[in-house]
Design a protein around this ligand. Structure first.
Ligand code: AVI
Length: 323
């Protein structure tokens, strides 16, 4: 008889409050520099477009991080040691967490922390199917705020995993706060394995966020479609244009949506007026030098123990311990 047993993840739900989207959007669009949070990129279509971005020839980040991990995962696993619990912040890195779990010596648990319950459960179930002997936990929480992990039995140490250079999407003070949450979750003997994109030639950076197939432009504009749907707004997507520029002094890519004409957008009973050329800031993507990232990590109580890069030093994967 065939067994119908299917390992299921343990769900720990902190019931993160839903962002008050309307208040948040109206507040952002009332600033002198109009802005919309990058978190609104990721509706179903936006998540799909981001997957497409990761496969673009110009978008070196995902590919390079993956190759660094493939080349050095054995060494990474050796540093972590046996009986670790891996805690992934966000649950989008299926392929990379598998690389790690496959190399670690006797890992005891894999924990995904993610605000979107559906996304979280899908990713955790897929891991439970592939690793039936691991304790798989799905923690529904806003990971930018402190939270308590349940005790994980038999874990010798906790490894927080945060790939993809998503840390770059947080301005430095917010990045430090997030690293502090990771430090607290990792605990006394814990460690953090994190992907950080590096400063490089402006042209390469700008090409990665202005791909020739126009996928990043679609991804950026989709944010307006998402807001139209959520808030019954009437942004005309054809009247905005994607722009991504590297601000060298600030060390970051800045993404904007540029109004192509004088126009008024309605969000319920509110009217938002745009002048021609006026920009909505939608995302920062900070790029770090190795020294700059070590300073950032130090502000959160971490010391960089080991850095792996590709041969061109385009991207880094870093192993941080409490310093
Ligand atoms: C998710 N994050 C690391 C991406 C980045 O490169 O900053 C988001 C992205 N925005 C445009 N392209 C990709």
């Amino acid at each position: 008889m065939q067994s119908t047993f299917r390992a299921a993840p343990r769900l720990i739900d902190f019931f993160p409050p839903r962002t008050e989207i309307r208040a948040d959007v109206l507040d952002g669009l009332s600033q002198v520099q109009k802005k919309l949070s990058p978190k609104y990129f990721y509706d179903a279509r936006g998540s799909h477009l981001f997957e497409d971005i990761t496969r673009l020839p110009e978008y070196y980040l995902t590919r390079t991080e993956h190759s660094i991990m493939q080349a050095s995962v054995t060494e990474m696993a050796r540093l972590v040691g046996p009986n670790a619990a891996v805690i992934e912040f966000g649950s989008g890195a299926g392929a990379k967490i598998r690389l790690l779990l496959d190399q670690l010596l006797n890992p005891v648990a894999s924990v995904a922390v993610e605000i979107s319950r559906d996304h979280l459960l899908d990713a955790a179930q897929a891991l439970a199917d592939d690793y039936p002997h691991l304790d798989i936990l799905a923690v529904c929480a806003d990971f930018t705020r402190p939270f308590e992990l349940p005790p994980i039995s038999n874990a010798r140490r906790k490894l927080v995993f945060f790939p993809g250079s998503t840390i770059g999407n947080f301005p430095p003070d917010e990045a430090v706060s997030l690293l502090k949450v990771m430090n607290q979750v990792a605990g006394r003997d814990g460690a953090l394995l994190i992907g950080a994109d590096l400063v490089k030639d402006n042209h390469l950076l700008e090409a990665a966020y202005n791909d020739s197939a126009g996928v990043t432009a679609e991804f950026n504009l989709n944010l307006l479609a998402h807001i139209n749907r959520e808030l019954q707004a009437d942004f005309d997507l054809a009247s905005f244009r994607h722009q991504a520029v590297y601000n060298k002094a600030a060390g970051r890519i800045e993404m904007y949506l540029v109004s192509q004409c004088e126009q008024t957008v309605h969000i319920g009973d509110r009217r938002i007026v745009f002048s021609p050329g006026e920009r909505i800031l939608t995302e920062y993507a900070y790029k770090y030098s190795l020294g700059g990232f070590a300073d950032l990590a130090a502000r959160a109580g971490f010391r960089v123990e080991k850095v792996w890069t590709d041969s061109q030093k385009h991207f880094s994967v870093q192993y941080l311990v409490r310093g």
